[in-house]
Design a protein around this ligand. Structure first.
Ligand SMILES: C=C(O[C@@H]1C=C(C(=O)O)C=C[C@H]1O)C(=O)O
Length: 382
């Protein structure tokens, strides 16, 4: 899955303080590794100069179309390495640094490890439940229909396990997910196994999804037999409304939409509907991304008061959790995923971020349970 050249390139990047990302697409077999030989820059995802790269944006940002952009200086896919030459990728290294990253005779590095950085405090059960109760109260006062809250669950990384091995294990456990390890000084190091597409563009056009509602049925359950309470059906419909409005506001027409259906994501099930639309020009896509991020699936509704409540309750602890990440302009496609079922890595610790949407009828104890179930996506490898 992660081949020897990809391992060597990521470890050498890490040892040399260079940014890298390594990911596996949903239902894909192979990983792709991308290494930058310079620091990531904040740049527009759509509408700027098109060059292959990897992008990552935080939850809270002024412009949803602005993301940390990791230039694809070296790209190692299952078929071999390619190297940046201007705004394209070519077969031969253009610099010594590019060559060093993939040189079969280059230095062997034992393990990929991340130095100690941030050390956020855990959110205890009582304090999370009190936070949920305050959100329900706020919704009851009017002005907000839904607020997505989250918490942090710090765990120890298994001693002696390489982060690349953990990433590979995560991918094996969750074939449906976009699985990614990304690291830079600007973003920190994040491990993700997300089921949620924020916005994807390829030759066939645009794709996104409205995902909401969570159940954790017995693994033997036939998911087609699952039913959803009306409050979840309504909540998912609101997320779909939000996406439909964003397309309409930016002038995208001929948007096709499916009816909601149940999908599995690890031990969880969600309610989802899919959107497809013809692509637009870069400026319109940038505005669409700005409208979509953060969606009501991870922030709430309406966006502004939900965001204000989240920042007041959680401070700035989310950082890149519920932001987005993914490859840009690679092989003619850009695939941005919501950074969910994700965790930041710092020294020997991994900080799981888990959350859920709160509506008027939410029960604090059940909301806590939901976050415990969501923590199992990454928890399963620890
Ligand atoms: C916020 C998370 O998940 C989001 C919230 C969901 C919900 O409220 O049911 C479902 C899917 C995601 O859009 C998370 O996984 O941390």
């Amino acid at each position: 899955m992660i081949n020897d050249m990809q391992r060597a390139a990521c470890k050498r990047a890490n040892a040399n303080g260079l940014p890298f990302a390594i990911w596996r697409d949903p239902f894909g077999a192979d990983f792709t590794a991308l290494i930058s030989t310079s620091a990531p820059q904040l740049a527009p995802v759509f509408g700027g100069p098109a060059a292959p790269g990897f992008v990552m944006a935080p939850f809270s940002c002024e412009d949803g179309n602005l993301a940390w952009t990791f230039a694809a200086d070296v790209l190692v896919s299952a078929g071999g390495a390619r190297y940046r030459d201007g705004n394209a990728l070519g077969p031969r290294p253009q610099t010594d640094e590019q060559a060093m990253l993939t040189d079969p005779q280059g230095p062997a590095i034992d393990r990929l490890e991340v130095p100690q950085g941030e050390n956020p405090a855990p959110t205890e059960r009582e304090s999370y439940m009190a936070r949920v109760a305050r959100a329900v109260e706020k919704i009851g006062e009017g002005g907000c229909d839904k607020i997505v809250l989250s918490r942090i669950d710090p765990r120890d990384l298994p001693a002696g396990r390489d982060l690349l091995d953990l990433t590979e294990h995560l991918a094996q456990l969750h074939p449906h997910a976009f699985v990614c390890l990304v690291s830079s000084q600007e973003t920190g190091t994040w491990l993700t196994a997300t089921p949620e597409v924020l916005l994807a563009r390829d030759a066939e056009g645009l794709r996104t999804m409205a995902l909401a509602g969570t159940q954790w049925p017995d693994p033997e359950t036939d998911i087609d037999s699952l039913t959803w309470p009306q409050k979840i059906i309504d909540e998912q419909a609101h997320v779909a409304d939000f996406i439909r409005d964003a397309f309409a506001a930016e002038g995208f027409s001929d948007v096709e939409e499916t009816a909601p259906y149940t999908v599995r994501a690890a031990n969880l099930c969600h309610l989802r509907s899919d959107f497809r639309a013809p692509s637009g020009d870069g400026a319109a896509l940038g505005r669409l991304l700005g409208q979509l991020h953060p969606t009501s699936a991870v922030c709430g509704m309406p966006k502004a008061p939900a965001m204000e409540f989240i920042l007041q309750e959680e401070g700035a602890t989310r950082r890149f959790y519920t932001g987005y990440l993914g490859p840009r302009d690679l092989g003619g496609a850009t695939s941005l995923y919501v950074n969910l079922r994700s965790a930041s890595v710092s020294g020997g610790k991994i900080f799981l971020h888990v959350g859920g949407g709160i509506v008027a009828a939410s029960d604090p104890a059940t909301e806590w349970e939901e976050t415990v179930e969501k923590s199992k996506t990454i928890g399963a490898i620890l």
